[in-house]
Design a protein around this ligand. Structure first.
Ligand code: SF4
Ligand code: SF4
Length: 479
């Protein structure tokens, strides 16, 4: 007789008289009525705190067989196994998760991030691209990347290629985008390789024929960002003047006008940046988007909130400011309110697209994929976009033969610090009940031993998990 036990990654959330049972490995969500919950609770052995980073090694649920399950629950055993609620007693769940994570990293599609320039036409106070860094990608470097990409496709037989355009402001060097896309899409079409491109941009340096640019360059998704509603955004994100000084030219209208012209032609993510001074005013964006019809069905428009925090040495001052620190929990409340308001227009599926609801993370960031690379404008090769421009963090450089050479960059940090990233052997993450939906968060924070950033990630789950699960249940149409 096959024996089972409750998954460590089951998380129970009380929602009135209903108990919600979420499993992190399968992302399934079951609702148990009071009687069923009372009957199965001893088998689930799930009374534990919400603390992150502890517990796996002390997990001792009872071993059960089908006959131990109460009433109707017994008939549902196959379904419960499918949902990951019960796992075979003989397996080590964490080991299974670790193997699956390693497979995802090895099999990930070829993912090439290309930084066309480090220059930007804005000087956002929190941005790491500062003071007119004029590194621009040349056609020679672009051609070397084209050769490198072709070589990778040939050598590994990748069936898919994803390209992400990045900066600075990538649209300040449109010629490189057009050149690379024309060459590589023709090559992919010949080989039958699927090609997808995305871009992260500020929405200001676009040509009149914006839709033509999107179609020609096969942009399947674009991320724009606004720093809250117009009065906040324009104060923070003026376009620079011709001498490169921070300017006062308002950009809100231009970004919003561009989104209006592009809506429906590609997937659009709108990142709404929030700091303590923008605060709840960010919620006004919902009505602004709705009034323009962007929240209608089939627009493929996905707004989401992001707190402005310290992500690089440059903006480390934000992490230290008591005001920004105190704002973290307030932001969680604003975020909850934002998604509640958004649900007036959108179902839970569209919120899943912006990864608001917890789902199993197969790979937490392309930086730890075996098949991802980030090219700086001068051909230096990195793994994380935030390292670009910080030359000693490159792991190699692209030579004229189209190969990445680790010896070119004398003081390069070894690439294997990314390959060695392993949340399973991290003393806290390996023990953590949120591991399947978190995977340790940002790998850079772990590699750089940024304890504050990791703690913030843990605090997010500890403080918000239950509320988000209840919202997910409500968004799926339950009271
Ligand atoms: S490693 Fe962290 S900072 Fe770098 S791209 Fe990934 S999530 Fe972003
Ligand atoms: S970073 Fe994520 S996986 Fe690691 S301890 Fe915190 S919540 Fe858990």
């Amino acid at each position: 007789m096959e024996l089972f036990r409750a998954s460590y990654y089951n998380l129970l959330v009380q929602n009135g008289s209903t108990t919600l049972l979420f499993n992190g490995v399968t992302s399934s969500l079951l609702a148990l009525d009071r009687a069923t919950a009372t009957a199965v609770m001893p088998l689930l052995a799930n009374e534990r705190s919400r603390t992150a980073g502890v517990g796996y090694n002390d997990w001792r649920p009872p071993t059960i067989c089908a006959a131990d399950l109460p009433g109707s629950f017994a008939d549902r055993l196959p379904e419960l196994i499918e949902a990951g609620v019960f796992v075979p007693a003989s397996i080590d769940e964490r080991d299974a998760l670790r193997s699956s994570y390693a497979r995802s990293r090895a099999r990930a599609p070829l993912f090439v991030t290309i930084t066309t320039t480090l220059d930007c036409n804005m000087r956002c106070y929190y941005c790491y691209q500062k003071d007119g860094n004029l590194e621009q990608m040349s056609f020679d470097t672009c051609d070397n990347i084209i050769e490198w990409t072709k070589e990778q496709l040939k050598a590994a037989g990748h069936p898919k290629l994803y390209v992400d355009w990045y900066g600075g402001e990538p649209m300040l060097n449109k010629a490189v985008i057009e050149r690379y896309t024309a060459a590589i899409t023709a090559h992919c079409d010949r080989l039958g390789v699927e090609y997808k491109a995305s871009m992260l941009c500020n929405g200001t340096a676009w040509p009149d024929d914006a839709r033509g640019f999107v179609a020609r360059n096969r942009l399947r998704s674009i991320q724009f960002s606004l720093d809250g509603p117009e009065r906040h955004h324009n104060k923070r994100r003026g376009l620079i003047d011709p001498n490169g000084r921070p300017g006062r030219t308002a950009s809100f209208g231009e970004v919003v006008g561009l989104i209006g012209r592009l809506i429906g032609s590609t997937k659009i993510y709108l990142r709404v940046n929030v700091d303590p001074y923008i605060g709840r005013d960010a919620l006004e964006l919902i009505d602004i988007c709705a009034s323009r019809g962007w929240l209608d069905n089939k627009t493929r428009f996905y707004p989401y909130l992001a707190v402005i925090n310290a992500m690089t040495d440059h903006c480390g001052f934000l992490g230290k400011s008591p005001k920004f620190k105190a704002f973290e929990s307030e932001f969680d409340d604003i975020q909850a309110e934002f998604y509640t308001a958004l649900r007036r227009y959108r179902d839970e599926k569209s919120l899943e697209v912006v990864q608001y609801f917890p789902t199993r993370v197969t790979i937490n960031c392309a930086a730890v994929s075996d098949n991802a690379i980030v090219f700086g404008p001068n051909g230096l090769a990195y793994k994380c976009g935030l390292d670009v421009g910080d030359h000693h963090r490159a792991h190699g450089a692209l030579g004229s033969n189209g190969a990445v050479d680790g010896s070119i960059q004398a003081d390069a940090l070894p690439v294997d610090r990314w390959q060695k990233y392993d949340p399973f052997s991290h003393p806290r993450c390996g023990e953590c009940q949120y591991l399947p939906v978190c995977m340790g968060g940002c790998p850079k924070a772990q590699i750089d031993k940024d304890a504050a950033q990791i703690q913030m990630q843990s605090a997010f789950w500890e403080n918000n998990f239950d509320r988000i699960i209840r919202e997910y249940y409500a968004a799926a149409g339950h009271a």
